[in-house]
Design a protein around this ligand. Structure first.
Ligand code: AMP
Length: 225
């Protein structure tokens, strides 16, 4: 066995609103891992008007899944960037078994494998409230919520001082229902998939952000982060 430490690969699974993005950003800051969010990559592609973005836009607005081919290609491109070499946290990918299999192939080609697939366990009903109140700083992406996490000074980002904020086009109560259904039908089967691989970690994620972050930090440390 090689003595060289392999960079960790963590996956965050969970329905929309479970806190994947927030927690991924905290792990990124604490351990120097890189957050790879296919949702962010696709929103970037939509904003840039690329072919992938044009194909994805209406599907995302309907709360459905963008095709495996498009998402896998977008992720593959991003994984090729040098900053991913010290370890990654996948946020929102994979979402289907076909994507999970494609990921295995991409990692094998880099001599890597998944260290932990962390399933954030939450209650669907609470997700609608969480999502419909959330917004982010337009400059740095820090996440906020109308009820649960307001900036210390109203209208000013705690992290970067930015004063412009944005809400996602798909963060409406109707679209959330569709995204939850999609999650249960197409993505939740990955929980059994990763349990079968022996890498599943289930984390109760209805509590406070800091408390959940501490649980995830423990898992990341065990994974070698
Ligand atoms: P997210 O930011 O992870 O909530 O993703 C927002 C939307 O982007 C989803 O509702 C899907 O339409 C699309 N999307 C993000 N990641 C994936 C993926 N891995 N597979 C298919 N569609 C995705």
């Amino acid at each position: 066995m090689s003595a060289a430490k392999k960079p960790p690969v963590l996956i965050l699974l969970g329905p929309p609103g479970a806190g994947k993005g927030t927690q991924a950003r905290m792990l990124e800051e604490k351990f120097g891992l890189v957050q790879l969010s296919t949702g962010d990559l696709l929103r970037g592609a939509v904003a840039a008007g690329t072919e992938a973005g044009k194909a994805a836009k209406a599907v995302m607005e309907a709360g459905q899944l963008v095709s495996d081919d498009i998402v896998v290609a977008v992720l593959k491109d991003r994984l090729a960037d040098g900053d991913t070499q010290h370890g990654v946290i996948l946020d929102g990918f994979p979402r289907t078994t076909a994507q999970a299999e494609a990921l295995d192939g991409m990692l094998a080609a880099r001599g890597q494998k998944i260290n932990a697939a962390i399933s954030l366990e939450v209650e669907d009903e609470a997700m609608v409230e969480r999502i419909s109140g959330r917004y982010t700083c337009a400059a740095c992406g820090e996440g906020y919520h109308d009820s649960f996490k307001k900036p210390a000074v109203a209208g000013v980002c705690d992290k970067c001082g930015g004063t412009e904020f944005e809400r996602r086009a798909d963060d409406t109560a109707e679209t959330v229902r569709s995204r939850l259904e999609t999650y249960h039908e197409q993505t939740a089967p990955l929980i059994a998939f990763y349990a079968g691989r022996g890498v599943l970690k289930e984390v109760e994620a209805m509590g406070g952000i800091a408390e959940i972050a501490a649980r995830l930090a423990g898992i990341a440390e065990q994974a070698g982060a």
